[in-house]
Write a protein that binds this ligand. Structure first.
Ligand SMILES: Cc1cc2nc3c(=O)[nH]c(=O)nc-3n(C[C@H](O)[C@H](O)[C@H](O)COP(=O)(O)OP(=O)(O)OC[C@H]3O[C@@H](n4cnc5c(N)ncnc54)[C@H](O)[C@@H]3O)c2cc1C
Length: 443
């Protein structure tokens, strides 16, 4: 069986390794337009503050290892531009030599990820304007950072915030420009306010409600222009979201944003073609429809399932509940499930329980407060969503709650969970139990 995989990172290589393990007869060709395979994209921001010494540390497996150890025909600089789904071929060209190529497949996996969005801004081709999605992009940024003192980050979502933190920790002045009225727009305003205050307390200049329209400078960027004003800066990092790399898949069924719609087996609308990761749809268990939440965890899971199914098994992707977490200076910010806006769109009647709770026993050293906001469906009492901002222990609560969401537990059932307790780790009633204990239905 000839298997072609487009994209050599998380989803693509998770699939490739499952096929290698489970189908010794498969001939696997991977077509990657860059020259780096299997790297930890999520670790890129931490190269800026030196927590990761350099981008080489992020590479999990070298291309050569895939070739020599696993007998995968791992190509580099091979950019796919077309798929002929009738003849079952993919074609494209070598990025450097422009030499064309064509490969036939019995099974094809599209794992091309997503590209960072550069809004249509004036003078976006000036030097010193960066996006961070790949190792070469991060290396280019790291070459320039030693020469500047002031950086502007455009976009107050999770990547923007991670970059703001790491640039500031490098000792540079940072301005964050965000188009919306609050950072991390998915969060409830009360929780988002804590993030804003954290940024200010770490000396970040935050401009909200400012729409960036372009840049000024001769060769290098010297200022950024918004609808409100012009602000001098020496380097800009744009982090305004991503869109799926699926331009070459014209006849495929797609979501509104271009992500390839896949079923639970990771099959697309075209026979023998699978898709996984940031270029594919992600079934949301709570919304009960396809969603788009491009995350590394999901890319690895979907890639594994696509690989196992290509190898002849019958695995199913159970769907996401929308779990994510990030660190922002001294804060941990976690969320899972639906936000209020999601619930409104689904016309779900929900109740919100907002509380400030201790992360560990209040008398134990370094106990701190975390603010949590729990959403519960009014009628069924089923858990719907959780957002938490705190200093410690957010990860544990978000993961417990995500497990509860997966198992469709109710608000009151949180009290039945047998969670670990000792004073350095939680209160005798865990942070997650405080709301149902106080507000849960009796009897
Ligand atoms: C800065 C940053 C921080 C992140 N932090 C987190 C985090 O903390 N937690 C989390 O869960 N997720 C995080 N993510 C998201 C996570 O990295 C992605 O969800 C994950 O890498 C997606 O994997 P993928 O294999 O689908 O796509 P990618 O990793 O993007 O890989 C796709 C590959 O396909 C190649 N390709 C694209 N088009 C073509 C073509 N036409 N021909 C040939 N090759 C092609 C690309 O070169 C690329 O190598 C972060 C992302 C970024 C950028």
């Amino acid at each position: 069986m000839k298997v072609v995989i487009i994209g050599g990172d998380a989803a693509g290589m998770s699939a490739a390794m499952e096929i290698v393990r489970n189908d010794k007869s498969a001939q696997i060709v991977v077509l990657e337009k860059g020259d780096i395979y299997s790297y930890g994209q999520c670790g890129l921001p931490y190269v800026i503050n030196g927590k990761v010494p350099n981008t080489d540390e992020l590479i999990a497996r070298d291309v050569e290892e895939f070739r020599s150890k696993y007998d995968i025909d791992a190509r580099i600089f091979h950019e796919v531009t077309a798929i002929d789904t009738k003849l079952q071929t993919v074609s494209g060209h070598d990025v450097n030599s422009k030499e064309p190529f064509e490969f036939a497949y019995d099974k094809l996996l599209i794992a091309t990820g997503a590209a960072p969005k550069m809004p249509p801004l004036e003078n976006a081709d000036l030097q010193g304007i960066h996006m961070i999605k790949t190792i070469p992009q991060m290396n280019a940024l790291m070459e320039q950072l030693p020469n500047v003192k002031h950086v502007t980050v455009v976009g107050g979502g999770y990547i923007g915030l991670e970059v703001v933190e790491t640039v500031r920790e490098r000792g540079l002045d940072v301005r964050l420009i965000h188009q919306g009225s609050q950072l991390m727009s998915i969060l409830d305003p009360e929780l988002s306010k804590i993030i804003y205050e954290e940024a200010i307390s770490h000396g970040v200049e935050v401009l909200l409600n400012e729409e960036t329209i372009g840049f000024e400078g001769k060769q290098c960027v010297e200022a950024i222009r918004t609808k409100t004003g012009t602000y001098p800066t020496e380097l800009v990092i744009v982090a305004t979201g991503v869109s799926p790399n699926t331009q070459f898949a014209k006849e495929f069924a797609k979501l509104g944003n271009g992500a390839l719609i896949v079923n639970e087996k990771m099959e697309t609308s075209i026979a023998n073609v699978y898709a996984a990761g940031d270029c594919a749809s992600h079934f949301n268990r709570l919304k009960q429809h396809d969603d788009y939440l491009p995350l590394g965890t999901t890319a690895n899971k979907q890639g594994r399932i696509a690989g196992l199914n290509i190898a002849g098994f019958n695995y199913k992707f159970s769907g996401i509940v929308g779990t994510s977490i990030l660190k922002f200076f001294d804060l941990q910010i976690g969320m899972t499930g639906l936000s209020n806006a999601d619930a409104d769109k689904l016309h779900a009647l929900v109740e919100a329980y907002v509380m400030e709770v201790n992360d560990i026993a209040s008398y134990y050293p370094h106990a701190s407060k975390m603010k949590l906001r729990m959403l519960v469906e009014q009628q069924s009492r089923k858990l719907v969503g959780l957002q938490i901002v705190g200093k410690h222990g957010v990860d544990k609560r978000i993961d417990v709650f995500a497990t509860a969401l997966y198992n469709e537990m109710t608000f009151e059932e949180l009290l039945d969970l047998d969670l670990a307790y000792a004073p350095p780790f939680s209160g005798v009633w865990d942070a997650l139990m405080q709301a149902p204990k106080r507000y849960g239905k009796k009897g």
